[in-house]
Write a protein that binds this ligand. Structure first.
Ligand SMILES: Cc1cc2nc3c(=O)[nH]c(=O)nc-3n(C[C@H](O)[C@H](O)[C@H](O)COP(=O)(O)O)c2cc1C
Length: 190
């Protein structure tokens, strides 16, 4: 039993090209329930998720491209076309953020960031277990003020960490190449 569970983690790979159907209401609740099981020092409950449903992804795309240009980022016509093509079939984007616990002596911001990353990872793994694919992107104006603020996230209070595209994989990808964990691991001895 446990090796099947581990396999569902080791077989996950990110996939940018996803299409409808996305998760239904019940599946989405399950994904978000997985997210809020992330480790959370001091129970800050800082995670925030902004759902952008398929009919609104086009408006988000327009907003993000304009915001990136206004912030001085150069976006070629080709890049814009590629971005629009990618997003035109995405059934669900989830905007990802956490409420910053400023000057928290017990939980420095690195821990708040890590908890957010763990919450997103839980969504990615749970989505994979349901047969969906996901793709975490910090394109789309993540680091502008304009995009998070348009999503209702005042950048003084919230750290916006990007978007997760969620949907049915458009093509079947081969397994990802992963490193040998032994090359990344040491055993400490006193
Ligand atoms: C916080 C974060 C932001 C990312 N932003 C981007 C991005 O903007 N563009 C991109 O091509 N990949 C981005 N990636 C990488 C992909 O989401 C994905 O992890 C990568 O393609 C490797 O796939 P894997 O998850 O199967 O290992 C980001 C990953 C993380 C963790």
């Amino acid at each position: 039993m446990s090796s099947v569970c581990v396999q569902s983690i080791t077989t996950r790979r990110s996939q940018k090209l996803v299409q409808a159907p996305g998760p239904n209401a019940e599946q989405l609740q399950q994904l978000l329930a997985a997210a809020v099981c992330a480790p959370d020092h001091s129970a800050l409950r800082a995670w925030r998720f902004v759902l952008i449903e398929q009919q609104n992804v086009g408006a988000l795309t327009d907003l993000a491209i304009a915001a990136m240009r206004r912030s001085g980022r150069e976006i070629t016509e080709q890049k814009e076309q590629n971005t629009r093509k990618w997003l035109s079939s995405v059934p669900l984007l989830i905007g990802l953020a956490y409420k910053i616990s400023h000057d928290n002596e017990k939980v420095p911001e690195i821990e708040q960031t890590l908890s957010m990353g763990a919450a997103v990872m839980n969504i990615q793994n749970a989505a994979h277990m349901m047969g969906f694919s996901t793709y975490w992107s910090t394109g789309l104006g993540t680091y502008t003020d304009e995009v998070p603020e348009a999503l209702g996230l005042d950048t003084l209070d919230y750290r916006f960490v990007g978007f997760l595209a969620v949907g049915t994989p458009s093509v079947k990808l081969p397994p990802a190449q992963r490193p040998d964990p032994a090359t990344l691991t040491t055993t400490w001895q006193p």
